[in-house]
Design a protein around this ligand. Structure first.
Ligand SMILES: [Ca+2]
Ligand SMILES: [Ca+2]
Length: 232
């Protein structure tokens, strides 16, 4: 019975989402990179891009805590410049893609920064952030399609970060998370205490069906104005 109610609610949410598309803005301000390492570990920070059609280029800036991370080198399949500002501990990377208007899409890692951990780093620490300083020759209407994914690997193993909206803790955002939140909001089941903080994705201080709906929208492919899928 509970399962049937849940499925019906999930179906309602999905249908609502399909008829409520709105213009959404791109927001890339100081996103946290999930890191987890022990002193001496090799830490790689890998960047992937998707949907960059009609974007001429991109300039990303990373800020990191140099007391616990030592920058070593980078490898890039695309890239024109890398500047390290020692005063601010900023790594800067720019690339120029194909001319505006041509189809260009890339999957996989396009640049990887290599670090050594100088001390232990917990998954909850905020030791590195990144933001997009500039898009070159970009059509603003196309930017909402552009996705930037930054993952870290410690000794070759991908670090699974705590993500906003990941109510079931599997490291991904899916409609299952929306269902977990919906069940919690109507008191059918409780969310694990360690993940409660991830579930108020619209930031209104409550966990409600609206959080569930926002996650469903995200999971079925809509960009969100809320930090769903971002590292907590
Ligand atoms: Ca999940
Ligand atoms: Ca909420």
């Amino acid at each position: 019975m509970k399962k049937t109610i849940s499925l019906l609610l999930a179906l309602c949410i999905t249908l609502c989402c399909m008829f409520s598309v709105s213009a959404e803005e791109i927001q890339y301000n100081g996103k946290k990179v999930a890191l987890k390492a022990a002193k001496g570990d090799t830490v790689e920070v890998c960047v992937s891009l998707g949907g960059v059609k009609k974007v001429g280029g991109i300039h990303l800036v990373y800020t990191f805590d140099s007391t616990c991370l030592q920058y070593n080198s980078y490898t890039a399949s695309e890239g024109k410049a890398l500047v390290i500002n020692d005063d601010t501990n900023e790594l800067s990377w720019s690339t120029l893609f194909n001319a505006k208007g041509t189809d260009f899409d890339t999957t996989g890692e396009i640049i990887t920064f290599n670090f050594t951990a100088l001390s232990d780093i917990s998954i909850d620490d905020k030791k590195m952030t990144y933001y997009v300083k500039e898009f070159f020759n970009a059509d603003m209407n196309d930017l909402p399609q552009t996705s930037i994914t930054v993952l870290s690997k410690t000794n070759g193993e991908t670090v699974i970060g705590k993500l906003y909206g990941d109510a079931n803790g599997d490291g991904k955002i899916s409609t299952s998370d929306a269902l977990v939140i919906l069940r919690h909001s109507i008191n059918i089941a409780q969310i694990d205490e360690s993940r409660i903080g991830l579930c108020d994705v619209n930031g209104d201080g409550k966990i409600t069906a609206n959080d569930s709906m926002q996650i469903t929208r995200y999971a079925i492919g809509y960009k969100s104005n809320y930090p769903i899928g971002e590292v907590y």
